[in-house]
Design a protein around this ligand. Structure first.
Ligand SMILES: Nc1ncnc2c1ncn2[C@@H]1O[C@H](COP(=O)(O)OP(=O)(O)O)[C@@H](O)[C@H]1O
Ligand SMILES: [Mg+2]
Length: 123
């Protein structure tokens, strides 16, 4: 069995400016996040619109790179989109022209390593 890092999610002094222009103005979407989540721990982040909840999720899942600081998930630095993560959206994001099952299968159709074998294994 592989050892699991003590802190499954580990943010150290994480800042994010969404682009160079905002960075030049010292305008950060999130500032100096320090947060650790242990394996199996359940956390909720609550705050007003625009406080950085979605930005935090984008950083954790590797959809955005931190401008400063370090982010580790399961002991590995996050440098790109994480395959082990999933996100449930606040608003419905189903494709109305697909069946329920085809909506559920959509990620497997798009994301490697599943997409390569999707057609042959679909049944
Ligand atoms: N793509 C973007 N470009 C520039 N600023 C952004 C972008 N997305 C979010 N922001 C800004 O980052 C801050 C945090 O936003 P966000 O993480 O979406 O907040 P929440 O999810 O808590 O409502 C806000 O000031 C928002 O305007
Ligand atoms: Mg949000």
């Amino acid at each position: 069995m592989t050892a699991v890092a003590e802190n499954f999610v580990d943010f150290k002094n994480v800042w994010l400016a969404y682009n160079d222009e905002l960075l030049a103005q010292n305008h950060f979407a999130v500032e100096d996040i320090n947060l650790q989540v242990k394996q199996g721990e359940f956390i909720a982040i609550v705050g007003p619109s625009g406080c950085g909840k979605s930005t935090f999720m984008k950083l954790t899942t590797g959809l955005r790179h931190a401008t400063k600081g370090s982010i580790h998930v399961d002991g590995q630095p996050v440098n790109g989109p994480l395959k082990i993560s999933g996100m449930a959206f606040q608003a419905p994001s189903l494709l109305p022209w697909r069946t329920t099952l085809d909506n559920v299968l959509l990620p497997l159709e798009i994301v490697e390593p599943y997409r390569t074998h999707f057609k042959e294994k679909k049944d």
